[in-house]
Design a protein around this ligand. Sequence first.
Ligand code: WQD
Length: 324
Amino acid sequence: MTVLVTGGAGYIGAHVVRLLLERGESVVVVDNLSTGRAERVAGAQMVGLDLAAPQAQDRLEGLIQENSVDSVIHLAALKQVGESVADPLLYYRTNVGSTTALLAAMERTGVRRLVFSSSAAAYGVPEVTIVDESTPCRPINPYGETKLIGEWMTAACAKAWGLRAVNLRYFNVAGAASADLADPAALNLVPIAIGQILAGRSPVVFGSDYDTPDGTCIRDYVHISDLADAHLAALDSTAGSGPLESVLNVGTGAGASVLEVLEMLRRVSGRTVDAEIADRRPGDPPQLIADVARIQHALGWQAKRNLEDIVTSAWEAELANRSK
Ligand code: WQD
């Protein structure tokens, strides 16, 4: 039996594919290679396909049947918040369109097991600081809307034809298992700050007047290798016909402020890191930390790596890639 991984050549996908291959699974990757890279998934069958293209459903059905696919991890999506605000229909067409084609192909071929890549962006700016899965979802940008819609689609298909889906709501993912799997184009705090340090510039802190202990925003940073582990545990939970938790946060349950992340970078890199304080960035919640009780209970999963592991792995991967 085979696992189909959409978006498998991307940053998160490639980490998931590597773990699947390590445990002996047969893997088919579908990726349009817009940001993914085929060399990340050597060892898996790589199929170039845009899931939002008109014939995608037919192609998927063929692939599922030819390869005896019995489960799917669906990661293919656009993921830049700012871009989604500027071009919402691109996000609706791509993210919702891809999920529609995939679910239709799964329904037609009788594949019932799915892990869907969702996001803490589905919550928007929650009123609580520790966010559990029952916290109301009020996304504040089209990116987060498309992720929440994806969750609704999987829930509706679960009712209609017995789909067994787990939606994983990722918090702030960073780090790398190895340099070849790192994300060179990520627009998030850790990679941006590393880029600034290596360019001899000061990392910029978006706001230091929040109601938090050091005045900067707090996030729950989770190591990419822990996140990849969570996908395998979630996939395993869809086997059989027992009870299934369909929405799970993936975080560590602990927060770090922007200044704490920069301090860790200073320690790990041994470089001078002078933060430059700038204005707040619109739409940033002051504090966003995952309540991880449900995923611990449902999957027996918990993060094994801490902020130091995240920052060290990201720093070392970037140095290794630059020295090539
Ligand atoms: C983290 C903190 C910034 C850059 C985003 C998406 C979310 C999810 C994860 C996909 C914030 C601060 C950042 C910088 C800074 N994406 N910051 N200087 O916004 O928490 O989450 O990525 O699922 O949907 O919104 O992540 O890494 O952009 O920011 O001070 O140069 O770092 O203000 O407090 P965010 P981020």
